[in-house]
Design a protein around this ligand. Structure first.
Ligand code: ASP
Length: 328
């Protein structure tokens, strides 16, 4: 049987970073081409035929909405090709979770899309990038990965694109899916799936029918004890929506509550997430009597921002946006 074909779309990050040979710190992300890294991985050519696309070579903190749209467009073009069976995206770890969720919502395909990166630069002793990339390619050709949406692959673990989150800024096992566990594990090239997501993604997602040309501006306001509500006025000047990263179950002071009500009456859309990593933000009619702030459920603030931006490309009706937050 002929080998499957995987397109590797490289965007930069530490996986392509270089620094002092052998050292893991003080390096620059996005320096090496992906061809060079692939060439260093034993056995990868036995798994799949590879086609390389060096789309960007950036530290992922430089990624923005325009890069997401370009990346999604590139993946949509590649997945429409009959000869491509799966896609691997290499990415910096800092904002990987936002890109993963964005792609999970806008890419229109059943073909596996796997996003991966590294915590150690390519020049470090025991760099983790080559192993993650090897496993990402193995996952992208696995037939059980078809229709699972965008998946993150890190340190032997398979995560859902909706839920993957960086939880450690130092160790190589840097990702998790909050209390939702993971989709499965890998051992070298072997894939072990245990669960799947119930949330709508990729080919079922309404956002995948037509990629927008640009995204509406949505900002994030972080609440802390004593926080002034001026930040909300500042953001409202040039944003259509604001995600509040509240305390506890997405909470904030009455000062913020009053300001949110006033700005919502002027047409700003609000979503409440939480600065607490685990748990869920529900509807709360005692705390938010008029139901002005749409609860983010289990989405982190940055992921809620991604969904609110996409929701605003379709509607400004708070009730419809609330339903979108329940579904995705
Ligand atoms: N700053 C890097 C990036 O996100 C970190 C990494 O890739 O681990 O591009």
């Amino acid at each position: 049987m002929s080998k499957k074909k995987v397109a590797i779309v490289a965007t930069g990050g530490t996986i392509a970073g270089t620094g002092q040979t052998g050292k893991t710190v003080s390096y620059q992300a996005g320096r090496v081409g992906m061809e060079e890294i692939v060439a260093s991985i034993p056995l990868i050519e036995e798994i799949a035929q590879l086609e390389m696309h060096q789309l960007f070579n950036l530290d992922s903190n430089e990624m923005d909405e325009a890069h997401w749209l370009e990346l999604a467009g590139c993946i949509n073009t590649l997945t429409r090709r009959e000869d491509i069976d799966g896609i691997v995206v290499t990415h910096g770890t800092d904002t990987l979770e936002e890109t993963a969720y964005f792609l999970n919502l806008v890419v229109h395909t059943q073909k596996p899309i796997v996003i991966t990166g590294a915590m150690r630069p390519a020049t470090a002793t025991s760099a983790d990038g080559p192993f993650n990339l090897y496993q990402a390619v193995c996952l992208a050709v696995d037939k059980r990965a078809v229709g699972q949406g965008v998946m993150g692959l890190f340190s032997n673990t398979i995560y859902a694109g909706r839920d993957i989150q960086k939880i450690n800024n130092y160790k190589i096992d840097a990702f998790d899916q909050r209390s939702l566990g993971c989709l499965g594990y890998m051992q070298d090239d072997k894939v072990y799936f245990y669960s799947k997501t119930f949330k709508t993604h990729t080919f079922h997602s309404v956002f995948s029918w037509q990629l927008p040309d640009s995204l509406p501006k949505v900002g994030i306001a972080y609440f802390y004890a004593g926080a002034s509500a001026d930040i909300l006025d500042d953001l409202a000047r040039n944003h259509e929506g604001i995600v509040i990263i509240g305390s506890g179950s997405g909470n904030y002071s009455t000062r913020w509550l009053d300001k949110i009500e006033a700005l919502a009456n002027q047409g700003i859309l609000f979503v409440r997430a939480s600065r607490v990593n685990e748990g869920i933000v529900f509807e709360d009619r005692i705390f938010d009597p008029q139901g002005i702030c749409i609860p983010a459920n289990t989405l982190s603030g940055p992921k809620a921002r991604v969904l609110l931006m996409l929701a605003l490309t379709l509607t400004r009706d708070p009730q419809k946006i609330r339903e979108i937050f329940d579904q995705y």
